[in-house]
Ligand binder design. Sequence first.
Ligand code: COA
Length: 436
Amino acid sequence: MSWKEIYKSRLCTAEEAVKNIRSGDTVVLAHCVGEPPVVVDAMVANYKQYENVEIKHMVSLGKGGYAQLGMEKHFRVNPMFASANVRKTISEGRGDFTPCFFHEVPKNLRNGKLKIDVLLAMVTPPDEHGYCSLGTSVDYTLQAVKSARTVIVQVNDQFPRTYGESFVHISEFDHIVEASHPIVELQPPKIGEIEEAIGRNCATLVSDGSTLQLGIGGIPDAVMLFLKEKRDLGIHSEMISDGTLALYEAGVINNSKKSFNKGKMTVAFLMGTQKLYDFVNNNPCVEVRPVDYVNHPAEIMKQYKMVSINSCIQVDLQGQVVSECMGLTQFSGVGGQVDFVRGVSMGEDGKAIIAMPSVTVKKDGTMISKIVAFVDQGAAITTSRNDVDYIVTEYGIAPMKGKSLRERAKNLINIAHPDFKEELMAEYELRFHMEF
Ligand code: COA
């Protein structure tokens, strides 16, 4: 059969495709922007036909209809990242959570430690050879295509066609649904004075020729604002968003000094506005590759002068970093934070930055220090005190590696919010039997 005949024979409606999901199956959703909303909606609408279908994903930006109250008998939510659409379901005990380093997801799909029966993914229309692109999300999605019993794809002609390792032949898909619509957009975050101050501090740790990993959010975007005077920067990052574009267009990012994948930005996934999707579409300068390559510490350590910038929820006075929980409540997931913190530190000349505002302000105006004597009860440590390298707030930089417990505490108190310094200093004096 020619690929065109295969395509035709597997073409169906979303309603027909989801009939191939069975009770007890584990359904994996392609990561982030690669989630196919038309197929997911059809699965949710067909809920009466299923019992105990497990739903797994990392970041999900979809409606999450499977996580709604009353769906528990039909769908069992069990992601590896608590996105906003499933957070309440998990905290109310109607769903579960599976901790997992991002770079280990493909391996665990291969070796069966992470179960998968069905994959739901979005792809581009096939090229003249019958190959579709996984577009924005190659990460674990490529491995999921190989490991799933049943692969259901939504072919969307508005999905960007990316280079790297994103191509899959049409014969690897079992059920093909055509549906065209714009791709989910994520607007650039608002950058205020505090983010700018943090960005300015982080930028002092980035020297010309560095290869960058930037997480999502206001802080990474703020850092970019202060990198305009740098030269020859490169990108080897779990993800990119719109912030990267301006620096690329200004010629600051040219990827010329990278140790490998020279001249290209290497990412596992991307999310942003339509401007970003237009930029990556058919652009050989951006390579989207599996996360067990991009995020593997053994690969990251080989990149020239790696600098990683991620954020967190809490840091204690030993430098233990909580990035995904508020006490026992799961707020997000480890994602690629530890993959990069470790890989960067394993390199000879890397710098792993955890950057955060010194306080978070709740809706009622209450200010909470993010630098604390003890992390909240029940919170999981994301980046250990042995892995942590630099902590940055709007008040400065606290180096951690090579520093004693006393030195760490002192460095952290020095970059804490002034309103909380006194109580932290009192804890210092109690703990170390000496004046601050
Ligand atoms: N105590 C209580 N609440 C806190 C808090 C603390 N110490 N720190 C943050 N919060 C609350 C904020 O008040 C905010 O609450 P709201 O939603 O009610 O407004 C919420 O947590 C989010 O905080 P914010 O500062 O806006 O988070 P962010 O969007 O910058 O994300 C992380 C920060 C840490 C949650 C996020 O970076 C993450 O999940 N990291 C782990 C994964 C990772 O690093 N991946 C690699 C890059 S993709």
